[in-house]
Ligand binder design. Structure first.
Ligand SMILES: *Cc1c(COP(=O)(O)O)cnc(C)c1O
Length: 394
């Protein structure tokens, strides 16, 4: 599309990844192939030399995957994107592309569990050092930077504590020290937050969550702000074989079209659910960026276009009461993941963050009684009635 720079976000969701199809297909076709035939030996040589745009092999590139990469790069305002088999394949690729033995990374403590897990196991084994801290504390971020620090890796809002880090300030600190600023934008999606506009160099998503949005695919993507960054990341993905499959790309291309209306609807529900929970006599606290009681409410208003659809809370009865709630919901599914059309509830201390030591969980604010609630697009009255009947059993 020649005029895509002039289109609004909703129009880009529908038209951003499309190139004119020779047969007029309204959707991007699935090129379910592992390899591509060359017209002749010279053309094959040109493809390998990078002198032709022709496709070679699907691990390296594929037209269906390329359409999705183009789409997401446009939405996140980056130079280009690199699709991966999962969100964790995106994390691994980013670490591998930028870190070497002897380097140090500063990262958010309440980060997606396995992103910290692989750093503290595999990457430590290769001599990469790491410091995990609350990145909403800018002084702590500054103090943690060492001469060998190479990367500042921010997740905001955090999973599952819903802390907000100031992206503009964090990226500025990173650049003062020559670090690459990486942001996990999974919880917001580009509909609510675009970190490259705030200074990030590299943004990534677990597209398993809001971008695909239908709980039927695991997928990831990395968006690079510049061509140089893109050319640093892409070979790491190709070399390690972290590529997406064409059918997976097709599914995400289909899901992303409704990103705006899905997130807007889930968020509308979440605002009401957070308010309901905050007023409920059995609830001890609620953490949701759309509540005035949230410690970084003003910052959330400034850097996000909305508070999103993720809520964390704890009941006055702690873990015991939380278990009764989670065992008795009927509409909400007791399941990990988020960002889909359906409402999910889960217990981070025994599920998503169970591999983290109890000490590190407590430092990161993940109490044993914390319940994570991912609000879906069902009718609000049904979500609230479900919580109501389950809370009544405590
Ligand atoms: C799910 C998730 C990931 C990992 O993505 P997968 O697609 O499950 O590999 C990374 N970061 C966040 C914030 C997530 O929610």
């Amino acid at each position: 599309m020649e005029h895509e720079k002039e289109l609004g976000f909703n129009s880009l969701l529908i038209h951003g990844g499309m190139s004119a199809d020779p047969l007029g297909s309204a959707t991007v076709p699935i090129y379910q192939t592992s390899t591509f035939a060359f017209a002749n030996v010279d053309e094959g040589a040109r493809c390998f030399a990078g002198e032709s745009d022709g496709y070679i092999y699907t691990r390296i590139g594929n037209p269906t995957i390329a359409a999705l990469e183009k789409q997401i790069a446009i939405l996140e305002k980056g130079f280009g994107a690199i699709a991966t088999s999962s969100g964790m394949a995106a994390v691994s690729t980013i670490y591998m592309a930028f870190l070497k033995s002897g380097d140090h990374i500063v990262s958010t403590d309440a980060v997606y569990g396995p992103a910290r897990g692989i750093m503290e196991s595999y990457f430590r084994k290769f001599g990469v050092e790491s410091t995990y801290l609350n990145t909403s504390d800018l002084d702590a971020v500054r103090r943690a930077i060492r001469p060998n620090t190479r990367m500042l890796y921010i997740e905001t809002p955090t999973n599952p504590t819903m802390e907000i880090s100031d992206l503009e300030a964090c990226c500025a600190i990173a650049h003062e020290h020559g670090l690459v600023a990486v942001v996990d934008n999974t919880f917001s999606s580009p509909y609510l937050q675009r970190p490259i506009e705030l200074g990030a160099d590299v943004v990534f998503h677990s597209m398993t969550k809001f971008i695909n949005g239908h709980a039927d695919i695991v997928a990831g993507i990395i968006i690079a702000k510049t061509e140089e960054l893109y050319l640093t990341i892409r070979p790491a993905m190709v070399g390690m074989g972290c590529n997406m499959d064409p059918h997976q790309a097709y599914m995400v291309l289909r899901g992303v079209k409704t990103l705006a209306i899905r997130v807007a609807r889930a968020q509308e529900n979440a605002i009401q659910v957070a308010d309901y929970l905050e007023r409920h006599p059995k609830v001890a606290w609620v953490k949701y960026p759309g509540l005035k009681s949230h410690p970084q409410y003003a910052l959330a208003q400034k850097q996000m276009d909305g508070p999103g659809a993720m809520i964390s809370f704890e009941l006055k009865g702690g873990l015991g009461a939380g278990k009764v709630l989670m065992d008795n919901v009927r509409l909400a599914m007791l399941a990990v993941s988020l960002g889909g059309i359906e409402t999910l509830i889960q217990h981070p201390a025994s599920m998503t963050h169970s591999k983290m030591s109890r000490e590190n969980r407590e430092k990161a604010g993940i109490s044993d009684g914390l319940v994570r609630f991912a609000v879906g697009i069902e009718d609000l009255q049904d979500i609230i009635a479900d919580l109501d009947q389950a809370l009544a059993r405590i």
